[in-house]
Design a protein around this ligand. Structure first.
Ligand SMILES: Cc1ncc(C[n+]2csc(CCOP(=O)(O)OP(=O)(O)O)c2C)c(N)n1
Length: 327
């Protein structure tokens, strides 16, 4: 079969391959971190997004550098896609001086303004009013940038969530709200924290569209976000996209997740779309086994280098604890 020129959603074969690379890199990064935690090498809680990679890839793919993301504790992949080098990301997790926050904080609370990454705080939902505020800035400065703001279904029960959506709806702000509905907020299952099935319907109460999609399907996420982004850039206001998914590991690597059954986990693992996406790319003659091997090797080399760099990096100097502070 001759190589094809155009595939789904006008994505060129190289773009599909790029998506494939990111999906695999992000999963491999989190899996490597999980191993490193067991080896006692990581100095922070690690909140992997294994099983949720399609959300990060589908939402960040096609974002401009000057667009902003407001990521969560589980969105390491979004940091990578927005331009943080894997070795810097790894150092961050090792709390080394070469990490994003130079060892001040070892998880994903750092921001990188020049890459359009807003630093998150621990308070669930608190990133959302800030994202709305950023959207207001874009609107007031007449810039056609967008903010992609992430939250879990658990966070959608906080007051901050509702205030942010209300404000964004009233002001028609360029914010794409991404709900990562992974079925649990720590150990609390969806049905014990909400009396509705879809977080997406909450958007209606604030005057804009909400849609629930398969968050494991990278192309479905990409397509939904692309439309939302276009509307946001055109001044047509926010959208809420609820991505249904599941986290394969516990809330964090120290959580054994005894609150769910093996059968449930197996069922969700069977809904992993990475094998399906691989077959799709092969079917479209975009991917060959050799190409896949090449990508796997590139990912392994990248991660080996990142771990080496983090291990070899110095700890922060004690006197640095009082630098870079607002007074
Ligand atoms: C306001 C607030 N309440 C409780 C916590 C403790 N906490 C941290 S993560 C978490 C669960 C988050 O669930 P969800 O929002 O669905 O995101 P997920 O971790 O599943 O991706 C909780 C309860 C917190 N950080 N902030």
């Amino acid at each position: 079969m001759p190589p094809i020129k155009r595939t789904k959603f006008k994505l060129a074969p190289e773009q599909l391959l790029e998506m494939f690379y990111w999906l695999k890199l992000i999963r491999a990064f989190d899996l490597r971190l999980s191993t490193l935690v067991k080896q006692g090498k990581v100095r922070s809680g690690v909140y992997t997004g294994i099983g949720q990679e399609a959300i990060m890839v589908g939402t960040c793919f096609g974002l401009r550098k000057d667009d902003f993301i407001a990521p969560l504790h589980r969105d390491l992949g979004a940091f990578l896609m927005k331009g943080v080098e894997p070795r810097v990301m790894m150092s961050q997790m090792f709390a080394k001086s070469t990490g994003l926050s130079k060892g001040r904080d070892s998880a994903l609370h750092s921001g990188v303004t020049e890459l359009g990454i807003f630093g998150n705080t621990s308070m669930l939902g608190a990133n959302l009013p800030v994202a709305a505020g950023l959207g207001l800035t874009f609107k007031m400065e007449k810039r056609d940038n967008v903010v992609v703001a992430y939250f879990g279904e658990g966070a959608s029960n906080t007051g901050d969530f509702h205030e942010a959506l209300n404000f964004a709806g009233v002001q028609q702000l360029p914010v794409v709200f991404i709900c990562e509905n992974n079925q649990y907020a720590y150990s609390v299952p969806l049905e014990k924290s909400m009396a509705i099935d879809d977080v997406a319907i909450r958007a209606e109460g604030y005057g804009f569209d909400g849609v629930a999609i398969n968050g494991n399907d990278v192309l479905a996420v990409y397509q939904a976000v692309k439309g939302a982004r276009r509307r946001a850039r055109a001044g047509e206001g926010p959208t809420l996209i609820e991505c249904k998914t599941y986290r394969w590991h516990g809330h964090s690597e120290h959580d054994k997740a005894f609150y769910r059954t093996k059968e449930e986990l197996a069922m969700w693992k069977s809904r992993d779309r990475l094998p399906t996406f691989t077959s799709y790319l092969e079917h479209m003659s975009v991917l060959t086994p050799e190409k896949e091997q090449e990508i796997d090797q590139r990912i392994k080399d990248t991660l080996d280098d990142a771990v080496r760099f983090a291990e070899d990096s110095p700890d922060p100097a004690p006197e640095e604890a009082v630098t870079d502070l607002y007074a």
